[in-house]
Design a protein around this ligand. Structure first.
Ligand SMILES: [Zn+2]
Length: 250
């Protein structure tokens, strides 16, 4: 792989820092965003969701999560020790798109089998995570898009980390298409047993680059270390490891 040249922010002139594999980078001095390959300014909409917790306040949704649900040990909130609270602004591409899949297939659950035709037509704000983040539950993340504002680096906390995108806009669109098609094929299984024809037409409405605040929490409980991921905009737990309870139903 070629070593990338140093590039400078076309807005403030500061060097733009980026890691190998990152394709879109945001200047940490002024918040201006650059496409690394071309060193050109990023001309699409770049948005930000605001985080609503500081490092003390985030303990409330953590405790709430620990105290709720039947699957958790009863003493979890009391005995767990939070060992890490890291706020990371994750990069996403939000692809607003209409997808219309036409299909023809065979329904074999009755005799004789019949041919079925139909259409699945849906509108999405499809979320594409713009880099590899272990265990991030992208499909379960219902991004609170109502709260998005134009990207403003002054609203990013000093202790937070901002990750750059490892994929470009066109690639994000392609991924969204593939994932939506896969989802439609999955939905089809309710209706037909064998797909004979299947094609999807897409109408792209908008593609937005977005940074969203996500808290990565680690906690210890009875000798084990567990992770919890919380949406920094709403405080909702996105994913959490639950220690197995000795007295659980299993
Ligand atoms: Zn700059």
């Amino acid at each position: 792989m070629a070593v990338a040249q140093e590039i400078r922010c076309s807005h403030c002139g500061a060097p733009v820092e980026f890691q190998p594999g990152e394709l879109v980078a945001t200047c940490k001095y002024c918040g201006f965003t650059t496409v690394i390959e071309t060193a050109q300014a990023f001309t699409f909409e770049h948005s930000l969701l605001l985080n609503t917790f500081d490092q003390t306040q985030i303990e409330k949704p953590i405790k709430d999560w620990m105290q709720s649900g039947f699957m958790k040990p009863g003493d979890l909130a009391r005995k767990a020790k939070i060992t890490e609270k890291q706020l990371i602004y994750l990069p996403f591409w939000i692809v607003s798109i209409e997808a219309k899949s036409k299909y023809r297939g065979i329904f074999e659950r009755i005799a004789p089998a019949i041919v079925k035709e139909g259409t699945i037509e849906k509108e999405y704000n499809w979320l594409v995570l713009a880099r590899e983040v272990a265990a991030f539950p992208t499909r379960e993340y219902d991004v609170p898009l109502e709260g998005k504002i134009p990207f403003d680096f002054r609203r990013i906390e000093g202790f937070a980390k901002v990750l750059n995108s490892e994929i470009e806009r066109d690639e994000a669109l392609e991924l969204a298409r593939q994932q939506i098609e896969a989802q439609h094929r999955f939905l089809l299984q309710q209706d037909v047993d064998k797909i004979v024809e299947f094609s999807t037409e897409f109408t792209v409405k908008q593609i937005v680059y977005l940074h969203a605040p996500v808290w990565f929490i680690k906690y210890d409980y009875k000798g084990g270390t567990y992770q919890l991921i919380i949406d920094g905009a709403t405080g909702m737990a996105l994913k959490g490891d639950i220690p197995s309870s000795k007295f659980g139903l299993l």
